[in-house]
Design a protein around this ligand. Structure first.
Ligand SMILES: Cc1cn([C@H]2C[C@H](O)[C@@H](COP(=O)(O)OP(=O)(O)OP(=O)(O)O)O2)c(=O)[nH]c1=O
Length: 185
């Protein structure tokens, strides 16, 4: 990618825009609208890459580089997307308590006739969460638009004992790998 090509972030996530700003790349935002549900028997990695691809393909911007991503929390093989309600958010947080899970972000970059998709995994370990802590956190509203019902960059920072791998991947965009891929284009 040369400095002349326009970069479009195909995402409505303010976290992804903030991360891309941190990388110092100029870009514009376009918001994709797709249905994000796993297919029967789809692996988590295949799911996040397919969803990222569908987001990238739903945007038309001739000659621009289009970047899209999808983040899922995977706990004991189960995909946790965004909770639909508070009850579901609590259930997700209970399942993450005192365990290690993976956060997977699928990334898709489209440029001219080329489409590159990949995914990055980060391991996150939560300490034991009390029922009160879970209720208070859900009542704060923060979990509702986040995969796995938590934000590592927000109130969940104090729940995380260990992160192995890319931190920005957990927030929604693996910056190091995205920048490498954009340079390769
Ligand atoms: C695990 C985790 C997820 N998240 C967020 C990142 C994503 O915005 C969201 C996962 O939902 P996504 O469906 O990946 O993204 P989105 O719907 O917010 O945005 P778009 O589809 O338009 O690109 O969860 C955090 O902000 N912090 C975290 O610690």
């Amino acid at each position: 990618m040369s400095t002349n090509e326009k970069l479009i972030l195909a995402s409505g996530s303010p976290r992804r825009a903030e991360l891309l700003r941190q990388a110092g790349l100029p870009f514009e935002v376009m918001i994709p609208e797709i249905d994000e549900a796993p297919l029967p028997d789809e692996t988590p990695a295949a799911f996040v890459m397919r969803t990222a691809r569908e987001k990238a393909e739903s945007i038309s911007a001739a000659g621009a580089v289009i970047l899209a991503a999808d983040t899922a929390v995977v706990c004991e093989g189960r995909i946790l997307g965004k909770p639909n309600n508070k009850k579901e958010a609590k259930k997700m947080l209970r399942s993450l308590s005192d365990r290690t899970h993976e956060v997977m972000t699928g990334v898709c970059i489209r440029f001219l006739d080329r489409t590159d998709c990949f995914h990055i995994e980060t391991e996150v370990t939560f300490r034991t969460l009390s029922e009160k802590e879970i209720s208070d956190y859900v009542a704060s509203g923060e979990p509702m638009d986040k995969a796995g019902a938590y934000a590592i960059q927000g109130g969940a920072a104090k729940m995380v004992r260990r992160v192995a791998g890319s931190y920005s991947n957990v927030v929604g965009l693996p910056l190091c790998e995205v920048v490498e891929k954009l340079e390769e284009l």
